[in-house]
Design a protein around this ligand. Structure first.
Ligand SMILES: NC(=O)c1ccc[n+]([C@@H]2O[C@H](COP(=O)([O-])OP(=O)(O)OC[C@H]3O[C@@H](n4cnc5c(N)ncnc54)[C@H](OP(=O)(O)O)[C@@H]3O)[C@@H](O)[C@H]2O)c1
Length: 250
C-alpha cells in the first residue's frame, strides 16, 4: 500500500505545492487548513484525486480542533507514515506598530499549534512503533531581524523545542526533522515591501522539502545556501558585529 502523509497548512503556497507533489508520487494525502473548501486549487485537486486526497479542516490555534481532527486524520487510512507541519502566519511590525493580536496569532500558529499536534501525534506514532514528523520553521529562527521578531520568536521556540525532543523521539522510533529555508514567493511574503534575496517559487521550495524529508536522514533541511550561511553567521559572531549588520535593515 502507498504511504500516507498529512500536510497541515496546505491550502496555499508551499503546502499546496507539497500536496501536488505527494499526489503525483502516488501517496495517500490528507490536507488540513482552517477552511479547505475555500481553496479553489484544493477543490480542483480533490476532483482529480478523489480517493487519495482527503481534506480535513483543522484550526491549529484551537486545542479541541487539533484533538478531534488528529484522531479523524489517523482513522482516515488507519494510521499515518508522516506529517509535515507547514501552518504559519506572519506580520512584520515596527515597535510603534506592535499589535498584541498579531503576536498572539503568531504564537498560536507558529509555535503552540505545533505543540498541540505533537501532543496528539506522538502517542499514536509510538503505539504504531514508527512515525515521521517535519516542521517547516524558517531560517529567521537563527537570529531576530528588525521588524520580524513577532514571527521569528515563536519559530525559534519551535526549533529549540525540536532540538530538545529529538533524542526522546528517536528512542521511540519517531523521526523528527526541521526545515529552515529562506524567502519563498507566497501570500505570506507578499506583505514584504523590501527586496527579498534568493526568493524561490513555491514549487521549487516544495520540491526541495520533498527531497529532504524523503531522502535525507539529517535533522535539518536548509536552503538556499548563501542566505542560510549569512543568518547562521549572525548567530555565531559577537552581538556587536551582528547588530552592526542588522541595523542596516532599519
Ligand atoms: N514564504 C516564505 O518566505 C517562508 C519562509 C520561511 C518559512 N516559511 C514557512 O512556510 C510555511 C508555509 O508558508 P507559505 O509562505 O506557504 O504561506 P501561506 O501560503 O500563507 O500558507 C500558510 C498555510 O498555513 C495555514 N494556516 C494558517 N493559520 C492556520 C491555522 N490557524 N490552522 C491551520 N492552518 C493554518 C494556511 O491555511 P488557511 O489560511 O487556509 O487556514 C495556509 O495553508 C509557514 O510555516 C511559513 O512560516 C515561509
Amino acid at each position: 500500500m502507498s504511504q500516507i502523509v498529512w500536510l497541515i497548512g496546505a491550502s496555499n503556497g508551499i503546502g499546496l505545492e507539497l500536496a501536488k507533489i505527494y499526489l503525483e508520487k502516488k501517496y495517500r494525502v490528507i490536507v488540513s487548513a482552517r477552511d479547505t473548501a475555500h481553496s479553489v486549487a484544493l477543490s480542483v485537486l480533490k476532483a482529480e484525486y478523489e480517493t487519495t486526497l482527503h481534506l480535513i479542516d483543522m484550526d491549529v490555534s484551537q486545542t479541541r480542533s487539533v484533538l478531534t481532527q488528529t484522531q479523524q486524520v489517523w482513522n482516515t487510512y488507519g494510521g499515518l507514515d508522516m506529517c509535515i507541519y507547514n501552518a504559519g502566519v506572519y506580520e512584520s511590525m515596527k515597535i510603534e506598530q506592535w499589535n498584541l493580536e498579531h503576536f498572539e496569532a503568531m504564537n498560536q500558529v507558529n509555535y503552540m499549534g505545533a505543540v498541540r499536534v505533537l501532543t496528539q501525534l506522538t502517542p499514536l506514532f509510538e503505539k504504531q512503533k514508527k512515525g515521521h514528523i517535519a516542521f517547516n520553521i524558517s531560517i529567521s529562527s537563527y537570529f531576530g531581524l528588525p521588524y520580524g521578531g513577532g514571527y521569528s520568536a515563536p519559530k525559534a521556540a519551535l526549533l529549540n523545542l525540536c532540538e530538545s525532543i529529538q533524542p526522546e523521539l528517536a528512542a521511540k522510533k519517531i523521526k523528527l526533522q526541521v526545515i529552515n529555508h529562506g524567502f519563498v514567493k507566497t501570500r505570506l511574503t507578499a506583505k514584504n515591501a523590501f527586496e527579498m534575496p534568493q526568493l524561490l517559487e513555491p514549487e521549487e521550495a516544495a520540491r526541495k522539502i520533498y527531497e529532504g524529508v524523503t531522502h535525507s536522514k539529517a535533522f535539518e533541511i536548509k536552503f538556499p545556501w548563501a542566505l542560510t550561511r549569512f543568518l547562521h553567521f549572525l548567530r555565531i559572531v559577537p552581538y556587536s558585529l551582528a547588530f552592526s549588520l542588522t541595523k542596516k535593515a532599519l
